[in-house]
Write a new protein. Structure first.
Ligand code: SF4
Length: 266
């Protein structure tokens, strides 16, 4: 429900914070909140606008972290982009995977990525045994009407949604209004590959108040790197490989580790 409201606000205001996303990474359900979405006019082919994702991190030092300490932040934002882009695929799009121009080298791990599949909603409904045609309960409907109450859109009339299936139709209609270009069975639209992490001070520093911007880091979405990293991480969480200690270059992270005293890798 909030995602529909978020898209409405994104179209109306050009920005939305704390945008919820959900989807499958491998066979695991992953959800999170994108710190900020921005929609900017940007003509490109059939597209009139582009959408940019950004995340915010706080730091106790008045400088940007070295690249080796930004891996988790970059992975997080790339996963959010994958989850968001997967939600942009029209629910009526069926059949085999959509051609997205992926590098052949991705193939081994590509199934891990949310955008490697069609219809994320079908996947989620199946995973949680949800019936898209079942009517919302009265309390669910009341919550929905409350959250969507301020949304006035005569074309789409979001207050008419009475089932999950209705919400998916509504979501599709809003995504078509984003202006990201033509969507059909062979062409999917995505958010911008340029991602941004903004670092803010967690305390007053150098005469500036808490929350002041220290700097920002921009990087490009990399499906191959992400799919390899996620495959490596999921191997640990599924018990198919042993954990490994941090390398020499990142040994400073051990300073705050609760396993420091007994660590076998140090
Ligand atoms: S102390 Fe050991 S477990 Fe903790 S971060 Fe360092 S290598 Fe990893």
């Amino acid at each position: 429900m909030k995602v529909v409201y978020g898209l409405h606000q994104l179209i109306l205001e050009g920005t939305f914070r704390e945008f919820p996303v959900v989807g499958l990474v491998g066979d695991r359900v992953v959800h999170g909140k994108i710190d900020e979405l921005e929609r900017k006019p940007e003509a490109n082919g059939t597209a009139s606008h582009a959408i940019y994702l950004s995340d915010c991190k706080t730091r106790g030092w008045p400088h940007l972290p070295p690249p080796r300490d930004t891996v988790s932040g970059r992975v997080q934002l790339m996963v959010y982009k994958e989850l968001f882009d997967a939600l942009l695929v029209p629910s009526t799009m069926t059949g085999p995977k959509v051609e997205t121009g992926h590098d052949a080298a991705e193939k081994d791990n590509a199934d891990i990525l949310p955008t490697s599949h069609t219809s994320v909603f079908d996947q989620i409904f199946e995973k949680f045994h949800l019936h898209p045609d079942a009517p919302f309960s009265s309390s669910c409907l009341r919550d929905y009407q409350r959250s969507i109450g301020s949304v006035l859109d005569e074309d789409l009339n979001p207050s008419r949604a009475k089932t999950l299936g209705d919400l998916v139709v509504l979501w599709d209609a809003y995504t078509a209004k984003l202006g990201l270009g033509q969507r059909d069975a062979t062409h999917r639209v995505t958010s911008s590959p340029v991602l941004k992490i903004v670092y803010r001070g967690s305390k007053p520093m150098q005469g500036k108040p808490t929350g002041s911007i220290i700097g920002e880091s921009r990087f490009t979405h990399n499906r191959l790197w992400l799919s390899e990293h996620l495959a490596w991480a999921l191997d640990y969480w599924s018990g198919t490989r042993d954990p490994v200690g941090v390398g020499r270059a990142t040994a400073s992270t051990c300073d705050n580790c609760e396993f420091f005293q007994d660590c076998e890798w140090r």
